[in-house]
Write a protein that binds this ligand. Structure first.
Ligand code: MG
Length: 248
């Protein structure tokens, strides 16, 4: 069941989302060659606590940190580590969120570490663009899979593969509410969108094939062919017209 949020609930989610958006904006300057993924996680956790919120990811399904930090061929759910040092040419996906007054926010970006390859730039650019292509349909009157289809078309126009196993989701008092929102599929299916639905829309894309596997730490998801992966996500409110972005 898709839970429609009241404007009061959305006001709280807007506060939660603002802090998540600020963190991801700040990371653009914070992430440099030589920094560990643990340092990034520590920065995020401190920022969240300083704003009197809680890190929504910490303890979620047993996850040990405040952010999932995934490098290069890692798609999602990377665990921050002191010995994972970023180097020039890497790309790093940071997925994080806050809990405030019982409501959750969720967002992700992929960052360049120093100078990156043209292919890596294309991956990051088309992933973000695919999210915004989906947003054209994240409005009252469209159907859920119209978003999915628009994301897929844009990502594939850039030569990217789209991860199948991991999808966007409804969000509210808990991180993963109904519905599931794939980043691929035929248009014109699923529920009609209604004002006050709140979604975490999150294309996850790859330069190679979309098949994934989970490595020995039981968390980190990597591409089977070890091609580079990217992630772009915001928490979004369905409106009658332009969607409202809570984490931008
Ligand atoms: Mg999410």
């Amino acid at each position: 069941m898709i839970i429609i949020k009241s404007e009061n609930e959305i006001n709280i989610m807007r506060e939660a989302g603002k802090v998540t958006g600020e963190i991801l904006r700040n990371l653009k300057d914070f992430i440099k060659p030589g920094i560990s993924t643990l340092k990034i996680d520590q920065y995020i956790e401190e920022y969240i606590l300083k704003h009197n919120m809680r890190p929504a990811f910490k303890g979620l399904y047993g996850f040990p940190a405040s952010a999932c930090i995934s490098v290069n061929e890692e798609v999602v759910h990377g665990i921050p580590r002191a010995d994972r040092i970023l180097k020039e040419g890497d790309i790093v996906s940071v997925d994080t969120g806050t809990t405030y007054k019982g409501y959750v926010s969720d967002a992700a970006r992929t960052f360049a570490v120093g100078e990156i390859s043209e292919d890596a730039k294309r991956l990051i650019e088309f992933t973000e663009a695919s999210f915004f292509a989906g947003m054209e349909f994240c409005r009252v009157g469209y159907r859920l899979s119209d978003i999915s289809n628009a994301i897929q078309r844009k990502a594939e126009s850039g030569g990217l593969g789209i991860i199948r196993e991991y999808v966007g989701h409804g969000i509210g008092k808990i991180m993963h509410e109904d519905p599931q929102i794939p980043n691929y599929g035929k248009a014109g299916r699923g529920p009609r969108l209604v004002e006050g639905m709140v979604f975490a829309i999150e294309p996850m894309t790859v330069l190679g094939h979309y098949d994934t596997e989970t490595i020995d730490d039981d968390w980190t998801v990597v591409t089977k062919d070890r091609s580079l992966a990217a992630h772009y996500e915001n928490t979004v409110v369905v409106r009658d017209g332009e969607p409202e972005f809570l984490t931008l």
